[in-house]
Write a protein that binds this ligand. Structure first.
Ligand SMILES: [Zn+2]
Length: 90
């Protein structure tokens, strides 16, 4: 049962402001193997979609938005730790 004020039809969340919108209002972006986000013109490309609302403020923040950046940072630190260990093994 939809609650009062609920949007009818498919709803997606803007990845920037995390507000919910009707899917038709959002633009869908997909992640390329290179780790950049490109707009999904067809709205049907495989893979996880990143939805952006029409708010210009969100558009500006989305240009710098990179999903999974924190995880990559953890791996980089782990690699640095391993190279330090290699020095000690000499
Ligand atoms: Zn937004």
């Amino acid at each position: 049962m939809p609650e009062p004020g609920e949007i009818c039809g498919p709803v997606r969340m803007c990845v920037i402001c995390r507000r919910r919108f009707a899917k038709a209002e959002l633009s869908r972006h997909v992640l390329t193997p290179e780790g950049t986000l490109i707009i999904d013109e067809t709205q049907k490309s495989p893979g996880r979609g990143f939805y952006l609302c029409p708010d210009p403020a969100c558009g500006r923040r989305f240009e710098k938005y990179r999903p999974g950046t924190r995880q990559r940072g953890r791996r980089a630190r782990a690699a640095a730790g391993r190279s330090k260990g290699a020095i000690w093994q000499k």
